[in-house]
Structures are given as structure tokens and as C-alpha cells.
Ligand binder design. Structure first.
Ligand code: NAD
Length: 487
């Protein structure tokens, strides 16, 4: 059984307790994990605070920070196959996707390496003759980062990269489900030469480790990715020391297909949008909103594609859909389908939990047209597509916005003016037109409403890890005049 450790203050430690991680493809224990509790959290935050104010990191130039980030990017690229295999083993995400995604994670670190020495302050054209005033951008402080099980290396890179570029120090809490790749990544942080305490990586359970971290009095900012219910706990916890938060949460993203779209291309994008990563993607295009005149044709295309998907071992390069990450997730998907069918949704394909080992679930399509199905409102985080039809553009837009979430959306049409109207009208942080599930380090990513607030990716994400300090310098040698008048 493989053994993993936490990384605190530059050392690899066993953690206050241990637990077993389950291989989702077999349902059996496969690794022995460290469980950080309050004591470990406290040590990690203290180490991060010490590294922030004392020691080599605090004295480094931004260019030196950038060089370390470049080194880290190269190490991630060189170790991508190993990290990908660990992620696949521990979460069931298929090796085809983890390999490609982790190779791209290196580019995220490279992007933020280049940003490190471009985070500039400013000189203000102040309205007083005898004053020079500057804004300095300083690191926001010790950052707590809490990530979910899916894509832990990617979801942590979009936090660690900009935070390091900005000069912050951090404690990263991997999810208790599938922490192996992130715990292994700590070895690359160490090898790249980041000073002790700058990046601490732990794992543990949400209610103990996650809660202790998000309410720790020395934490200035909590960067969270996960579900809205957990986000509420995080916000309540962070209120204790008034830490700021950025929240990347779930979604129920609309995928709109008009009759004039290239249906083959739209169907492939829909398959990518809902069945890739076994649907465990925050941007899953889980609500298909299709023009009524092509509904049957499009659904038949989708059904054929869904039924042709190769389900199998996530470690096999040919597999297209692997298991869900946990038994809990498998039960949740089955229960929500059951509730939806009871409310009138019709199963087009899939829908049945398979017998046998592992946490598998087949690609499923639910026709929910004219039905108030819970599957249209609640996130599955699994391979389940809910379908409704529309007759007019206005109805398509109304259906798209009929959600408390607002993370992503897709529009498939050849009509340019309509595409422009919809990209303005849709209430979501991302609108993909004639494409879906595209990401880049250069493009901000984040949601509206229950999908959270704050953006990851792009230059602005690095600025979010800074706070400004206003410096006033009086340039006159004359004595200060009337002390009772504010200048
Ligand atoms: P989750 O909210 O259950 O857990 C996420 C993390 O929070 C885990 O590390 C967990 O240990 C921790 N946690 C749990 N309770 C906590 C508490 N009380 N205090 C502090 N931390 C706590 O999410 P999940 O089930 O692991 O992941 C699935 C969710 O993540 C879905 O809703 C999905 O949409 C969302 N997600 C969002 C994005 C995005 O970028 N918007 C990306 C991926 C996943």
C-alpha cells in the first residue's frame, strides 16, 4: 500500500492521524494517507506566517519568485505522467484526461511565473502640491486554499500560481478524497527550492481540518473550490477573523442548441460537456436546452454517442468514462435520478447503477421536457444530462437563466447576431459559443450566484492575492500648518 505524507514547514510528516484512501475503480483501499487535524493545521499556518514575514521568501525579489515558479512549472511537466497516474488511481478520473490536464497545469505555473514581476504598484497624481503618493501592492497574507477531489492539481494550480506570484504564503488542504497527487506535488515544491513554510500541503476531513484552517486567526484569505453548502461553512468560519474569500462553486450550466447549429459538432461538445470526467466537472453542461424542431434528431445523435462511450478502467488509455470518485457520489447520482423519474423525467439512455465493483455509473440522458424535474435544478456532479425544449430565442434565454447557479454556458448557433444577444443575456461567468469546456491560464474563470465569486486565471487573479498600501510622502520642508485641519 502506498504511503503519503503532509508537507509542513519544509518537512514531510505523517500527520496527527492516518486514514485509508479507496481506489474508485475497485472499491478497495489502496493508499495510506495522513490526516491533519487542528494541531497540524496550526503548525502549517504558523509556518506560513513565519515564511511570509521573516526569512528568505520575504526578502526575495519578484523576479526571483518568478524563477522559482518557472522551475516548478518544469518539474510539473517532467513529472506529469507520474502525477497523472496518481490522480487517476486515487480519484478514478481517466488517465487520458489527467495526463493532458496535468501537462497543461505546467503552463499555468509558467503563466504566473511570468506575471510575478509584472505586478506593479502605481504613482497617484494627487491633488496636493507638497505630497508624493504611491500605491504599493503587497501580498494579501497567509492564504488558506481548500480544494475538492476532482482535478486537485489543476484547481490548486489556479490558486497556488497567482498567490506565489503575488508573494503570499499558503496552506493548501487537499480533499480527503483522492489527495495523492497533491501530496506528491509537495515534493516538487520542495525540489524547486521554495523556502520552508511558503507552501504547506496537508489533507484531512472537512469538518475538522478544513474548518480549523478556514477559521484560523492568522489566515487572511480563504480560496475555496467545492460545493455551495461547504462554501457557507467556509464563509461563516472565515467571519471569525474577517478573512476575505474567493469561492469557485458548482453549476447547473445551460447548453443551448438552435436548429441552425452544426449538430454533429454540438453533439460532440455536449458529450464533452457532460460525460467527460464522468460528469464530475463544475462546468458540466448538464442542462441541454434544445430547439423543439430538432429535439428528436439531436437526442438520437446524443443517445448513439452516449451508448458508444467506452466505459472501463481509468488507467486504460482507451477508456472514455471511468468510475465516479466515491461511493457517496454514486449513491447521490442514483438517488437524484430516482427522484427525477418519480417527478416525470423519462430515461433516454443509462440511468441504472451497474452491478460489480467500483463506483461506475453509465452516461445517462433524462428527457425533462414539460416536467418540474429536480435534475434541472440540482447538481449531479455525475454523467447525467437533463433535456428541455424551446420554441423561441426568448424562451431559450429564460430557461438558461432559470437557475440559482451561474458558472458556465454554451450556445450553438450559426446566427451571429443571435449569438451576440445571448452572450449578453446569459447570466453566467463563462459563455462558450460553438465550443465548450475550453480553459486557459490567460482567461478568467468563475461564477455568478450560487456558483460563487472571485475569478481564477488571468492577471486579475494575481492582483486578488495582493492588498494595496498607500504611501504619503510630504515633499515640503515648511512646518506643517494648522494641525486642526485635515489636509
Ligand atoms: P465539497 O464542498 O464537499 O468539498 C470541498 C473541500 O472542502 C474538501 O477539501 C473538503 O474536505 C472541504 N470541506 C468540507 N467541509 C468543510 C468545512 N466545514 N470547512 C472547510 N472545508 C470543508 O466539494 P466536493 O464534493 O469535494 O466537490 C464537488 C463540488 O465542487 C461540486 O459542487 C463542484 O461543482 C465543485 N467544483 C467547483 C469548481 C469551480 O471551479 N467552480 C471546480 C471543481 C469542483
Amino acid at each position: 500500500m502506498q504511503r503519503f505524507q503532509c508537507y509542513i514547514d519544509g518537512e514531510f510528516l505523517d500527520g496527527e492521524a492516518r486514514y485509508r484512501s479507496i481506489d474508485p475503480a475497485t472499491g478497495k483501499d489502496w493508499a495510506d494517507m495522513p490526516e491533519a487535524r487542528e494541531g497540524d493545521v496550526d503548525s502549517a499556518v504558523n509556518a506560513a506566517e513565519k515564511a511570509l514575514y521573516d526569512g528568505p521568501w520575504a526578502k526575495m525579489t519578484a523576479t526571483q519568485r518568478g524563477k522559482l515558479l518557472y522551475k516548478l512549472a518544469d518539474l510539473v511537466a517532467a513529472n506529469a505522467p507520474k502525477l497523472a497516474e496518481l490522480e487517476t488511481r486515487d480519484t478514478g478520473k481517466i488517465i487520458r484526461e489527467t495526463s493532458a490536464q496535468i501537462a497543461y497545469v505546467a503552463d499555468y505555473y509558467r503563466y504566473y511565473a511570468g506575471i510575478a514581476d509584472k505586478i506593479e504598484g502605481s504613482y497617484l497624481p494627487i491633488d496636493k502640491q507638497d505630497m508624493d503618493v504611491w500605491l504599493r501592492r503587497e501580498p494579501i497574507g497567509v492564504v488558506a486554499m481548500v480544494v475538492p477531489w476532482n482535478s486537485q492539481l489543476f484547481l490548486s494550480a489556479v490558486k497556488i500560481g497567482p498567490a506565489l506570484a503575488a508573494g503570499c504564503t499558503m496552506v493548501v488542504k487537499a480533499s480527503e478524497d483522492g489527495p495523492a497527487p497533491l501530496l506528491e506535488f509537495a515534493r516538487l515544491i520542495h525540489e524547486a527550492g521554495f523556502p520552508a513554510g511558503v507552501v504547506n500541503i496537508i489533507t484531512g476531513f472537512g469538518a475538522s481540518c478544513g474548518a480549523a484552517l478556514s477559521r484560523h486567526p492568522k489566515v487572511a484569505h480563504v480560496a475555496f473550490t467545492g460545493g455551495p453548502e461547504t462554501a457557507r461553512h467556509i464563509v461563516r468560519n472565515s467571519a471569525e477573523n474577517l478573512a476575505s474569500t474567493s469561492l469557485e462553486l458548482g453549476g447547473k450550466s445551460p447548453f443551448i442548441v438552435f436548429a441552425d447549429a452544426d449538430l454533429e459538432s454540438a453533439a460532440n461538445a455536449q458529450v464533452a460537456g457532460i460525460f467527460a470526467a464522468t460528469g464530475q466537472s463544475c462546468v458540466a453542461g448538464s442542462r441541454l436546452i434544445v430547439e423543439r424542431s430538432i429535439k428528436d434528431r439531436f437526442l438520437s445523435l446524443l443517445k448513439d454517442k452516449a451508448e458508444a462511450i467506452r466505459i472501463g478502467s481509468p488507467l486504460d488509455m482507451a477508456t472514455e468514462v471511468g468510475p465516479l470518485a466515491t461511493r457517496r457520489q454514486q449513491d447521490h447520482v442514483a438517488a437524484l435520478i430516482h427522484k427525477s423519474v418519480q417527478s416525470g423525467a423519462r430515461i433516454i439512455t443509462g440511468g441504472q447503477m451497474p452491478d460489480g465493483k467500483g463506483f461506475y455509473f453509465p452516461p445517462t440522458i433524462l428527457d425533462c421536457d414539460g416536467v418540474a424535474s429536480p435534475s434541472l435544478a440540482e447538481e449531479f456532479f455525475g454523467p447525467v444530462l437533463s433535456v428541455v425544449a424551446f420554441d423561441t430565442e426568448a424562451e431559450a434565454l429564460r430557461l438558461a437563466n432559470d437557475t440559482r447557479y451561474g458558472l458556465a454556458s454554451g450556445v450553438f448557433t450559426q446566427n451571429l447576431t443571435r449569438a451576440h444577444r445571448l452572450m449578453k443575456g446569459i447570466r453566467a461567468g463563462i459563455v462558450w459559443v460553438n465550443t465548450y469546456r475550453a480553459v486557459s491560464p490567460i482567461a478568467p474563470f468563475g461564477g455568478f450566484g450560487l456558483s460563487g465569486h472571485g475569478r481564477e486565471g488571468g492577471l486579475a487573479a494575481a492582483l486578488d492575492y495582493t492588498r494595496t498600501k498607500t504611501i504619503w510622502l510630504r515633499t515640503s520642508d515648511d512646518p506643517i500648518p494648522d494641525p486642526f485641519v485635515m489636509r
